[in-house]
Design a protein around this ligand. Structure first.
Ligand code: HEC
Ligand code: HEC
Ligand code: HEC
Ligand code: HEC
Ligand code: HEC
Length: 371
């Protein structure tokens, strides 16, 4: 593990030097007239070293080793796999001078090959969203941080959970198992942030270069303040009590409450006391015993959507309206009634439950199911 991280960092430095050269040199000119102006390098070398140390402290510097070694996974979990656009490590490890080793999401992943193409084009496609997404620099993030396939049917023996990478599908309000005829709504302004993911997760650091820790800044004002004046916490106070606990709280507390109510009700519907995810699957347990009974559709949609929002990890910040509505509707389909005392998100139109939460089947969106 340590060895691979060091190898990744060494290669990172190599790419960094190339990149630094690229940004530090003024473009050569082929005309005979001498240029009248000089170009100031956009990123000073000190900035590049800042980038390297930021990156090396980020989760991107830590490979998920077993996934990086596996066919169908290396296309996102090995920096070479992503840059080359191939998902089977067999196709690239053979040509490596130092023998087989895995690399993390290193500089080359985003700045060479497919990563560089995505940065340049700003457009990315995903397996279930039918229209190409115009994401600016965020396209490179969505190249990995998106759904892997559409929801599986609950008919299989082990019901699948969404991959931890599903942020794009929540942010852009197209993920999850949805009901026909329901207006979930979306906080559209959030989806219009310039460069999407990059706009909030890589806001410029003090050296004037994009922050490569990939984490939102500690001070929310820097990325939310333009629209939410006076904001001091990402857990921004919302308009109503969405989880029905009798208090109007911040979005992240409301969503935490919603996740808790939905998982309790979902587990109960299976005669279980816990709902969890393990190895990409939904798992119900009663005590320490895993329940193996078939999972009915209405239970599966609730479990899947609970896992989707859990894995998004922003607790509603990415898309407050879609997150709240998806969880509330999942509860209605599961139990036949809304969460007691909860208020719907303004502008969303959920079902009433009287249509028969017990009989409706989930409808997944999208057409393909490639990993
Ligand atoms: C579409 C790109 C993509 C593919 C394909 C993919 N993953 Fe991932 N995976 C990700 C991303 C992105 C994350 C990190 C998400 C996060 O932490 O928010 C992740 C996270 C994980 C994690 C959790 C790691 C942790 O530290 O919590 C595991 C385990 C994992 N993937 C295994 C696999 C395996 C096994 C495969 C192949 C069967 C696979 N992945 C295929 C993109 C992908
Ligand atoms: C997960 C993707 C990702 C990784 C990994 C990554 N970068 Fe970046 N980098 C970006 C994005 C996105 C930008 C902003 C590009 C833009 O706004 O057009 C950027 C910008 C830069 C810039 C500024 C370029 C300019 O023209 O202003 C430099 C230099 C840079 N990165 C170097 C590195 C180095 C060195 C590493 C490895 C230590 C690295 N990056 C790793 C995504 C990444
Ligand atoms: C080549 C695939 C890939 C690309 C491109 C990529 N990521 Fe990641 N990202 C991952 C993987 C894999 C992980 C999880 C690593 C681990 O758990 O060890 C991750 C983790 C993260 C995490 C930490 C999640 C956590 O729970 O700690 C953040 C934040 C993140 N990525 C944001 C971004 C942003 C922003 C971009 C675009 C600039 C981006 N990523 C581009 C694969 C990618
Ligand atoms: C409007 C700003 C904004 C946009 C746009 C945005 N994010 Fe986030 N993201 C956040 C905030 C804020 C958090 C939660 C930070 C916290 O609670 O500390 C977060 C959390 C996350 C996390 C979990 C990080 C962790 O610490 O576990 C990941 C991964 C992530 N976002 C990826 C993405 C990706 C990928 C995109 C683009 C599809 C994206 N984000 C778009 C603001 C944004
Ligand atoms: C480009 C402008 C913009 C940015 C940037 C932005 N928001 Fe918003 N946000 C909006 C708009 C517009 C709404 C919908 C407001 C409404 O309906 O009154 C909204 C709604 C919300 C809501 C739901 C409020 C409710 O009453 O339920 C929360 C919570 C929220 N934003 C938090 C954030 C956080 C945290 C950030 C920074 C990570 C952020 N926003 C960044 C424009 C923005």
């Amino acid at each position: 593990m340590r060895g691979t991280a060091v190898a990744a960092l060494a290669l990172g430095l190599a790419v960094a030097v190339v990149l630094a050269g690229a940004v530090a040199c003024a473009p050569t000119t082929t005309t005979t007239t001498p240029p009248t102006t000089t170009t100031t390098p956009t990123v000073p070398l000190s900035g590049v070293f800042g980038i390297i140390s930021d990156w090396s402290e980020s989760t991107h510097a830590v490979p998920v080793t077993f996934a990086a070694e596996e066919a169908t996974c290396a296309g996102c979990h090995d920096g070479r796999g992503f840059a080359l656009g191939v998902s089977d490590p067999k196709s690239f490890v053979a040509s490596e001078p130092f023998g087989p080793y895995v690399v993390a999401t290193d500089c080359r992943a985003c700045h060479t090959g497919r990563g560089a193409d995505l940065l340049e084009s700003g457009t990315v496609t995903t397996p279930t969203e039918p229209t190409p997404i115009k994401a600016g620099a965020g396209a490179v993030c969505i190249g990995c941080h998106r759904e892997r396939s559409k929801p599986t049917s609950s008919a299989g023996p082990v019901p699948g959970a969404p991959h931890p990478s599903i942020q794009a599908a929540v942010y852009l309000a197209y993920g999850g198992i949805r009901q026909p005829g329901v207006t979930y709504g979306s906080t559209v302004k959030h989806t219009q942030v310039t460069d999407m993911c990059v706009g909030c997760h890589m806001s410029d650091n003090s050296k004037g270069v994009p922050t490569h820790t990939f984490l939102p800044p500690k001070n929310p004002k820097a990325i939310c303040g333009e629209c939410h004046e006076g904001i001091t916490t990402y857990d921004l106070a919302v308009a109503a009590d969405y989880d029905g606990n009798g208090k109007v709280q911040g979005i992240q507390d409301e969503v935490t409450g919603l996740l808790s109510k939905l998982s309790t009700a979902t587990a109960k519907a299976m005669g279980a006391n816990t709902l969890t995810q393990a190895k990409g699957n939904i798992v119900f347990k009663s005590g320490t015993t895993t329940i193996t009974a078939p999972v009915p559709d209405k239970v599966y949609q609730a479990a899947y959507n609970w896992a989707l929002i859990t894995n998004d990890k922003s607790l509603g910040v990415h898309n407050p309206q879609y997150t709240v509505s998806l969880l509330q509707e999942s509860y209605i389909v599961l139990t036949g009634a809304p969460i007691p005392n909860s208020k719907p998100f303004p502008g969303s139109k959920l079902s009433t439950g009287t249509a028969g939460g017990t009989t409706r089947t989930p409808s997944a969106t999208g057409t393909t199911g490639t990993p």
